[in-house]
Design a protein around this ligand. Structure first.
Ligand code: NBP
Length: 476
């Protein structure tokens, strides 16, 4: 009997996805470039379901029912192209190659065109939730032709996480749309994590609390508006004692954050699209600044500034930080969704943004209660420009903003860096201004570069002859 689907690439993600499929009753053919991994896989998990272990790509392809559905789960970048190049000559017209790794969306568009020229169908699907998710139910963001999705929908929705009876998987859009949405998901994850780190920093250095004490606070926060996977695991990580030293584990972890690139891609794409994406971008910069460890050590003894320390009522401060965290998080999501909206318009993807929030409710790193509110917002206002404009979020931020401002003031006075808290507040204050200061920017640009400006009281563009007689002329 032929297998319903194949998985090539049996590192942790591919192996777990294959096991998830087999456990749900789908016969799966498995393959890996290095055959010993396949052998090991069959030895360890072969009895979990109907697996066919294969040694060569030809054997793998022959094991599949047609049209073939092949999930490629190899390292993002060149390995994906290498696998497609090897697979393509072995496949028949109409077969479907599914790249489930963290590919950059322009690569997905390119690969889709390459496969289409060869009569093959190509899907780029975002899979979130790490190894745990892959095994027990990830959030799945499938992009590619709608009819190709139809061929794998039964399998993908069966293996996806499920929240309130709804699978965390829906067709996202054509081409690179699935990988795009996964990229923004990861970008939002960067912002969420940075905001949590800033709250931790303030609770440590301004409120004077220990890691386990802060862990308890996060545990409490996880039962309110902030309820989410990341807040939950923050409580767990902060509570962990280091086995070697007996100190809190976080106190012995080096303060340098690594990254694999999806946050950076999101920020770069925001710059390309012209979308203000301050939260995610500041989160990426905060990680890069964390890596200047030697420079920071030197600067810490050279550059002056206040030394943080408590001067406030601790309980009030803790509650203010909670509210600042929530308001900043709302802004980060509003920005991320505004970016997806802009990308959808630029690429004609017709993204259903409410559905994106729905499939992020389970299986992925940013899963949270709060996503239900985003889904509702887009259900009632499908053409919403900005999430901040629906009553639920307008009120949430209005209620939190006094606390948010106090936290930004306190952190600034005490010399604690809060790039995501403060830039989110600046975005909020900038966005709600009917008239900002860009009039002066235009005036300056006209002075040094004759770039012209628009007037508030007339149509068209104008230029002042600054270095001549100072008179204004209409520009065409
Ligand atoms: P890796 O990203 O570590 O990739 C290892 C796999 O790629 C192995 O099966 C390896 O085969 C195969 N491979 C390489 Br490398 N070059 C190849 C080539 N030229 N031809 C064929 N196969 C090649 O695996 P992973 O951590 O399971 O991640 C897989 C994908 O899932 C990545 O895109 C990753 O970004 C994404 N992802 C990972 C996570 C996570 O939590 N790890 C979460 C979400 C998404 P070999 O055994 O022969 O070397």
């Amino acid at each position: 009997e032929k297998s319903r689907i194949g998985v090539t690439g049996l590192a942790v993600m591919g192996a777990n996805l294959a096991r998830n499929m087999a456990r749900r009753g789908f016969p799966v053919a498995v393959h890996n470039r290095t055959t010993s991994k396949t052998t090991e896989f069959m030895k360890d998990y072969g009895d979990e379901g109907a697996f066919t272990g294969t040694e060569s790509l030809q054997e793998f392809v022959d094991a599949l029912e047609t049209p073939r559905k092949i999930v490629v789960m190899v390292k993002a970048g060149k390995p994906v192209d290498a696998v497609i190049d090897e697979l393509a000559p072995l496949l028949d017209s109409g077969d479907i190659i599914i790249d489930a790794g963290n590919s950059h969306f322009p690569d997905t568009d390119r690969r889709a065109a390459y496969c289409e020229e060869r009569g093959l169908r190509f899907m780029g699907i975002g899979v979130s939730g790490g190894e745990e998710g892959a095994l027990n139910g990830p959030s799945i963001m499938p992009g590619g032709p709608q009819e190709a999705y139809g061929e794998v929908e039964e399998i993908l929705t069966a293996i996806a996480a499920n929240v309130d009876g709804t699978p965390c998987c829906t067709h996202v859009g054509p081409g690179g749309a699935g990988h795009y949405v996964k990229m923004v998901h990861n970008g939002i994850e960067y912002a969420d994590i940075q905001l949590i780190a800033e709250a931790y920093d303030l609770l440590t250095h301004v409120a004077g609390l220990s890691a386990p004490e802060i862990g308890t606070i996060f545990e409490e926060w996880n039962s309110g508006d902030l309820e989410s996977f990341l807040i939950e695991i923050t409580g767990i990580v902060l509570a962990k004692t280091d086995e070697k030293t007996g100190k809190p584990l976080v106190d012995v972890i080096v303060d340098q954050a690594e990254q694999k690139g999806t946050g950076r891609w999101t920020a770069i794409d925001a710059l390309d699209l012209g979308v203000p994406l301050t939260g995610i971008t500041e989160a990426v910069f905060a990680r890069t600044l964390s890596n200047l460890r030697d420079e920071r050590r030197e600067a810490s003894t050279t550059l002056g500034g206040p030394t943080p320390g408590s001067g406030k009522n601790r309980d009030e401060l803790v509650e203010d930080i909670r509210q600042a965290l929530y308001a900043s998080k709302v802004v980060a999501y509003a920005q991320g969704f505004a970016q997806m909206r802009a990308a959808s318009q630029a690429n004609d993807w017709d993204l259903d943004l409410g559905a994106m929030a729905r499939i992020w409710r389970g299986g992925c790193i940013i899963r949270a209660q709060f996503l239900n509110r985003i889904t509702e917002a887009y259900e009632s206002h499908p053409d919403l420009d900005n999430l901040l404009m629906v009553p639920y979020f307008t009120e949430a931020v209005a209620n939190a903003q006094d606390a948010w401002r106090r936290v930004v003031v306190t952190a600034t006075e005490q010399g604690v860096a809060i790039p995501a808290f403060s830039s989110s507040l600046s975005y909020y204050d900038g966005y709600r201004r009917e008239r900002g200061p860009a009039n002066l920017i235009q005036g300056l640009r006209d002075y040094f570069g004759a770039h012209t400006y628009a007037r508030t009281d007339a149509d068209g563009k104008f230029h002042t002859r600054w270095s001549q007689d100072g008179s204004e002329v209409a520009a065409d």
